[in-house]
Design a protein around this ligand. Structure first.
Ligand code: AKG
Ligand code: FE2
Length: 623
């Protein structure tokens, strides 16, 4: 259909291509996938061009009034820019009919999925060289893919395949220019280094602008914030996307070069020096140190240049594009850091109300979320390792293997990057003991960070999935028939502030999760305790710290310890939240101990609404 959305078409072409492959229809597979890639690339190219051109166009127009009041220059520009974008879209057939690609479509093409099948179809049609290049293109983005690696190895043994001719079909211009530049450097062809590196630099910066332009797409706020917050939210979302562009560009055919952009200046300063262009050499050196101010090698190069008779002080002016780049980068980093640390979504409203300070306030208007059924299909590596008897009590158990080491690392990364001091405990950074800091990130905050693009969908998915498995394990082990609801979920880390191994205080003193132990030892099920909690689960993520054992205790002072559980990645403790399960955490005397703590309730009123929002956001994203 002619008017079918571009996004639909790209998606369909991919799906049909894969289907054709499965049906052994290899010609059709090649046609569909090639066409999909072509369509996607020409669509994104057209979109980038419009956005970049319009931005440039509005810069050169005089404003309607000669004085800038109330930031009106800025808004006038956005209004002009919008007009320009509308016209530009109209002028491009592929942009006119469909405003935007769906995230699912973007993911398929950005992750080079078509090449995963395309190479197999090329192979079947005996187009071996193309097959090798296609699988190589796929490998550039999926370096660890086993099947693809094996295929490339196999193709390279075929007599029809010339290893030197294997190319990355999706390489941006700077990739091969840079590679040629490095080759020229090895061959001491300084003029060629100069040319290739200068060209590569221009291409790199251009590619980065294009990538950034693609980030200026739509953003579903999901609710209706005021003018300023909606500008801020949308901008943050785009900004976060933009900061990831360098990552893509630094992938040099599968090898990741963190310093790809600055290294251009490194090569250039040397080439210019060899070509006797001292001024250009000094400028390149000065540009390099903008990125790495403390680089000893470059500093001493500059000292050496300074000592040369013909060199003047003003030679050491960094190049304008480098100055601009580094300034922008610095500002953007500061802004994102500010957002990460200062945005608090959880003002407290007193412990008597619900414990959860709901994300709902910020993402209101979300209601019924479709459940993602895949979530509870867990692997069979989970094993019961301790039961009531082993733990000396009732309604408690320990399982291992809930998370893999990689999954633990992912969760730890979220905690490291985004946990806030005292989260879940009214912002108190040391709620349990002054000798440790306590940081947390609730499922609600993770969902918001995902919404703003700071946490990716795999991470949020893992957070949800692991906690869903915990729920299933509780239900199975305790044969729970009633509907059990999540009431609060947070990922918390406790970090030691004192190396004293003889500490006698607790990281978390002995308590029950749903009542308050009084002087008389009786646990009162009244507010401000979290009386609605019925079950508790703790999933551990690491063991590279000292202390931090979990204990079940008969008394509130820890004089009669019933059992001790050492945290480790993938271990989970499940127990009922009442006085029958007094427990605590021994002091953490070195390092950081992270865990996901989850509470459940039978009382629907205390259901964790943030979780519903998280599902809804994830669902939207995946569809
Ligand atoms: O982190 C743990 O092992 C237990 C934490 C705990 O008991 C709680 O947060 O209520
Ligand atoms: Fe507890």
């Amino acid at each position: 259909k002619e008017h079918e959305e571009q996004s639909e078409q790209c998606l369909m072409l991919y799906q049909h291509g894969v289907q054709s492959y499965l049906e052994n229809n290899f010609d059709d597979c090649i046609n569909k996938l090639e066409e999909g890639v072509k369509k996607y690339n020409s669509y994104t190219k057209a979109l980038q061009n419009c956005r970049l051109k319009c931005k440039e166009d509005v810069e050169s127009v005089d404003p309607l009034y000669p004085v800038d009041i109330d930031n009106m220059y800025y808004y006038e520009k956005t209004i002009r820019n919008t007009l320009c974008l509308i016209k530009c879209r109209k002028a491009h057939p592929e942009l006119a009919t469909s405003p935007n690609l769906r995230p699912q479509t973007e993911r398929i093409y950005d992750e080079r999925k078509p090449y995963e099948y395309l190479h197999l179809c090329y192979y079947q049609k005996k187009q071996f060289q193309k097959a090798a290049s296609a699988v190589f293109t796929y490998l550039v983005v999926h370096a660890k893919d086993d099947a693809a690696t094996k295929s490339l190895k196999f193709y390279s043994t075929l007599p029809e395949v010339d290893m030197k001719e294997i190319v990355n079909f999706e390489a941006k211009d700077h990739i091969y220019l840079y590679i040629h530049g490095v080759d020229a450097y090895d061959k001491k062809d300084w003029k060629a280094v100069e040319n290739n590196m200068e060209e590569s630099l221009v291409s790199y910066l251009q590619a980065e602008e294009e990538c950034r332009a693609l980030c200026e797409g739509p953003f579903d706020q999901g609710w209706y914030p005021d003018l300023i917050p909606s500008i801020a939210n949308h901008y943050t979302f785009a900004l976060n996307c933009k900061t990831k562009c360098a990552q893509q560009l630094n992938n040099l055919n599968g090898e990741y070069h963190d310093d790809l952009l600055p290294s251009h200046y490194h090569y250039l300063q040397f080439a210019y020096f060899k070509n006797n262009n001292l001024k250009a050499a000094c400028q390149a050196a000065a540009s390099y140190v903008l990125f790495y101010p403390n680089d000893d090698t470059m500093r001493s190069n500059m000292e050496y240049y300074k000592s040369l008779p013909k060199v003047e002080n003003n030679f050491f002016t960094p190049r304008p594009e480098a100055v601009y780049y580094v300034r922008r980068l610095t500002y953007e980093k500061r802004l994102l850091k500010f957002i990460d640390t200062e945005y608090r979504f959880n003002e407290t409203d007193g412990a008597e109300t619900k414990e959860e300070k709901s994300t709902e306030k910020y993402l209101s208007s979300y209601c019924k979320a479709p459940q993602l059924e895949i979530l509870t299909n867990h692997n069979s590596n989970i094993q019961l390792v301790m039961d009531n008897k082993d733990l000396n009590g009732t309604k408690r158990f320990v399982v291992d293997g809930l998370l893999t080491p990689t999954e633990c690392k992912t969760m730890l990364r979220i905690a490291q990057d985004f946990a806030q001091k005292g989260d879940g405990y009214k912002g108190n950074p040391t709620p349990h003991t002054v000798l440790e800091t306590f940081k947390g990130i609730s499922i609600g905050r993770a969902a918001l960070l995902f919404h703003f693009g700071r946490v990716n969908y795999r991470e949020l998915y893992l957070y949800l999935k692991s906690t869903e498995i915990a729920k299933k394990l509780l239900e199975d082990n305790f044969s729970i028939k009633q509907t059990l609801y999540f009431t609060y979920t947070h990922l918390v880390c406790r970090s030691s502030l004192s190396g004293n191994k003889n500490r006698t205080d607790f990281s978390h003193s002995i308590h029950a999760d749903n009542c308050n132990i009084g002087e008389n030892g009786i646990c009162r099920k009244s507010l401000p305790a979290y009386i609605w909690r019925d079950y508790s689960a703790i999933i551990y993520l690491n063991n590279n710290f000292d202390g931090g054992d979990f204990i079940f205790s008969q008394d509130m002072f820890g004089n009669f310890i019933q059992s001790t559980i050492k945290p480790k990645c993938g271990r989970m403790i499940g127990f009922s939240s009442g006085a029958e399960n007094l427990h605590g955490v021994k002091a953490v005397t070195r390092g950081t101990r992270c865990a996901i703590a989850i509470w459940f309730t039978f009382n629907k009123k205390y259901k964790e609404n943030d979780r519903t929002i998280a599902y809804k956001l994830l669902h939207q994203f995946m569809n």
